[in-house]
Design a binder for this molecule. Structure first.
Ligand code: SF4
Length: 359
């Protein structure tokens, strides 16, 4: 396989692959690992890592793509907000193309009504420049983006901006891992933990999870090291959290970012595509900052919605199937005409399989 050899130091990657093979043989049974993060999913596809694993060692994608886990009803509510005369919706680009069950998406609106932004600060700037309109930022993502949103909300409060609102679908990774690990149908032996999230929450952020986990970066050698760590744990029959990304991840994480999140948000139950409603797995604006809460401002009370019939995103995100097992994969669903969120997002498992592993 050329990719891994092209991108990684072949001597080191060769040694890691040999060790993976050797430890896997000693385990003597099939093993399933899950990479939680969408960026890992893309790296595994890009470098051809899955195809270099011994037969019986499976790598499944998990619920770590922010666009993918945002449920269909959130899209419906965002579309309703965009239909109001006095609003401007601001969002990261991937959210534009996600369809709800009726096939509607934010892409149908003109760019002065639904704007793509690269940071929440751009949304705040838009609010300042359009004081006669209510500017809603679609706050999606995990512990990586929520501190930036928290800081933006603090700036809005400090500047007494009255027309900026956040529609929060922010989610927390540890409760999602707990849900997947606790599902006997998924049978995950170990988790490749997300590097970016771990920079913020530190390895201590996974305390209380009864899992095997390895925090890794996104380069091929990082991922191979994480896989080897997990296999060693399985062979020794122990559960632990190891850190293979010590060049940026610490035990404590980034305390400044954690404080920003804690100042502005409080945890709340949250619905995930695929995992359903998970207790204390989301973030909502709290206290003095709740005046920036779009759900309160617009009285949003979204009812749970199904995905498009036939779409198996929910099972893909829970580790219950792989994208090619979806009947729509590469047929009626592809990146130019996505039927589900996992094909839309640049970090989606279906998108990764389509791009790198389509037969
Ligand atoms: S291939 Fe398309 S329809 Fe099937 S699970 Fe993936 S995103 Fe959903």
């Amino acid at each position: 396989m050329k990719y891994l050899d092209e991108y990684a130091d072949s001597e080191t990657s060769g040694r890691l692959l040999k060790n993976i093979e050797a430890v896997f043989r000693k385990i003597g049974r099939p093993v399933t690992l899950m990479e939680v993060c969408g960026t890992h999913t893309m790296s595994i596809g890009r470098y051809g890592i899955r195809s270099r694993m011994p037969e019986g060692l499976g790598l499944l994608s998990g619920p770590g793509c922010p666009v993918c886990v945002t449920p269909a009803e959130y899209i419906t509510s965002a579309v309703r907000l965009a239909e109001m005369d006095d609003t401007i919706i601001t969002t990261f680009g991937d959210m534009l193309r996600v369809p709800n069950a009726s096939g509607r998406s934010l892409l149908q609106f003109p760019s002065h009504k639904v704007m793509t932004v690269y940071t929440p600060l751009e949304a705040l700037k838009t609010a300042r420049a359009n004081s006669h309109r209510k500017v809603v930022f679609l706050g999606t993502g995990f512990e990586t983006t929520s501190p930036l949103v928290a800081e933006t909300v603090r700036m809005a409060a400090g500047g007494n901006v009255k027309n900026f609102f956040c529609y929060s679908a922010h989610k927390l990774i540890p409760p999602a891992i707990r849900a997947v690990a606790g599902n006997p149908a998924a049978k995950i032996d170990g988790f490749i933990l997300p590097g970016h999230v771990s920079v913020v929450i530190g390895t201590k952020g996974y305390g209380g999870l009864d899992i095997r986990g390895a925090v890794t970066g996104f380069e091929p050698l990082d991922i191979l090291s994480g896989i080897l760590d997990l296999l060693e744990m399985i062979r020794e029959g122990r559960k632990d959290i190891t850190n293979c990304y010590g060049r940026v991840v610490t035990a404590e994480g980034n305390v400044i970012m954690q404080n920003a999140m804690e100042d502005v948000f409080e945890t709340a139950d949250s619905r995930w595509r695929g995992l359903g409603e998970l207790p204390e797995s989301g973030l909502r604006l709290k206290g003095a900052y709740s005046r920036f809460d779009a759900e309160k401002e617009f009285g949003i009370d979204a009812e749970s919605e199904e995905d498009i019939p036939g779409c198996r995103c929910a099972e893909v995100l829970s580790g219950l199937c792989i994208p090619p097992e979806c009947p729509l994969f590469a047929g009626t669903c592809d990146p130019s005409n996505p039927a589900g969120a996992c094909m839309v997002s640049s970090e989606g498992a279906c998108r990764a399989y389509y791009k790198y592993e389509r037969k």
